[in-house]
Write a protein that binds this ligand. Structure first.
Ligand SMILES: *Cc1c(COP(=O)(O)O)cnc(C)c1O
Length: 312
């Protein structure tokens, strides 16, 4: 498998439909570092995989939903760095496998399915003991890959940004990427995370906790915006799809619909509402996630079909 190339992560000026107050937007193209281990996921895995090597673990075990970018990236990273991998998937097994899980299996990942109720216990001590009993001495990565080592890795994204800026924007799922950027930035520039979750109000406290575990400094230069989740995680609308298509036409850059499309939509909307002062420069991190588009196909088709249907 092709190796990671962080030099591919260019900092690229982009055009948005809302162009108020001479605000400039740059996209930090972390989606380009690898075809499969793209965006933030590589940085979250980097020091975890190093630790796993040091501890002589042969197998990486992790958790995720059936369309998870994390499962997809871990399967590829495990293969690239010489580990076996196990994916514990939330919910039932469906055959044929969706493109995300088929890719994981093709990379050698062994999948196990866990009903939603048991899945909720995945961080409990008993559950961890059961894993050790069944799978032996494996390296366990939490769902989404967020832990202290992930923060250390995602902070390194900052070294790739080749322009000065006033605002740093990033999409938020489990919050590890945002937390790593906050602690890595260390200079008071403003950081805005865009929540992909409908009920993401708990995120701020969790991120504060993650930060306090890995830095003695306090940071108050960041916040999470909750206005652009479009109804919840992986929920989409025609407006969002059309915005992402228009962005692609204007900039020749594909955004995913779960994270980056929503963030850029939000930035555009905030520019039109004059949230950013004149002459501000924004850098938004493109965290990748394009594999998720394949799994969205039927959802998109349904959306268009149902809204054009005359039989409502
Ligand atoms: C996982 C993921 C995120 C969210 O990262 P967190 O560190 O969990 O907040 C954002 N964008 C993409 C494309 C992802 O795959």
């Amino acid at each position: 498998m092709q190796s990671i190339n962080i030099n591919n992560a260019i900092t690229q000026k982009v055009f948005l439909p809302a162009t108020n107050n001479n605000v400039e937007v740059y996209l930090q193209r972390e989606d380009l570092i690898h075809p499969f281990i793209s965006g933030n996921k590589y940085y979250k895995l980097k020091y975890n995989l190093e630790k796993a090597k040091k501890e002589n673990k042969e197998t990486i075990l992790t958790f995720g939903g059936a369309y998870s970018n994390h499962i997809y990236a871990v399967s590829a990273a495990a293969k690239l760095f010489g580990f076996k991998s196990i994916g514990i998937i939330r919910g039932e097994e469906y055959k044929p496998l969706n493109p995300t899980l088929q890719f994981a299996v093709d990379n050698g990942m062994t999948l196990y399915y866990l009903d939603r109720k048991s899945y909720r216990n995945r961080t409990d001590k008993n559950f961890r003991e059961d894993i050790a009993k069944q799978f032996g001495d494996v390296y366990i990565l939490p769902e989404g890959g967020t832990n202290e080592l992930a923060l250390k890795g995602t902070g390194e994204i900052l070294q790739n940004i080749k322009t000065d800026f006033d605002y740093l924007c990033v999409p938020v799922g489990s919050g590890g990427t945002l937390a790593g950027l906050i602690t890595g930035l260390n200079n008071g520039k403003k950081v805005i995370g865009f929540s992909s979750l409908k009920d993401g109000k708990y995120l701020s406290a969790m991120i504060r906790e993650l930060i306090s575990n890995s830095s003695i400094r306090k940071f108050d230069n960041w916040k999470i915006n909750h206005d652009y989740h479009f109804g919840g995680f992986a929920k989409i609308s025609r407006e969002l799809i059309e915005f992402v298509n228009c962005f692609k036409k204007n900039n020749n850059i594909q955004l995913d619909l779960i994270y980056n499309g929503k963030m850029i939509y939000g930035i555009n909307d905030m520019i039109s509402k004059k949230y950013f002062p004149s002459n501000s420069r924004i850098v938004a991190i493109h965290t990748g996630g394009l594999q998720g588009l394949a799994g969205m196909k039927s959802k998109i088709e349904k959306l268009y079909k149902s809204s054009y249907s005359p039989f409502k």
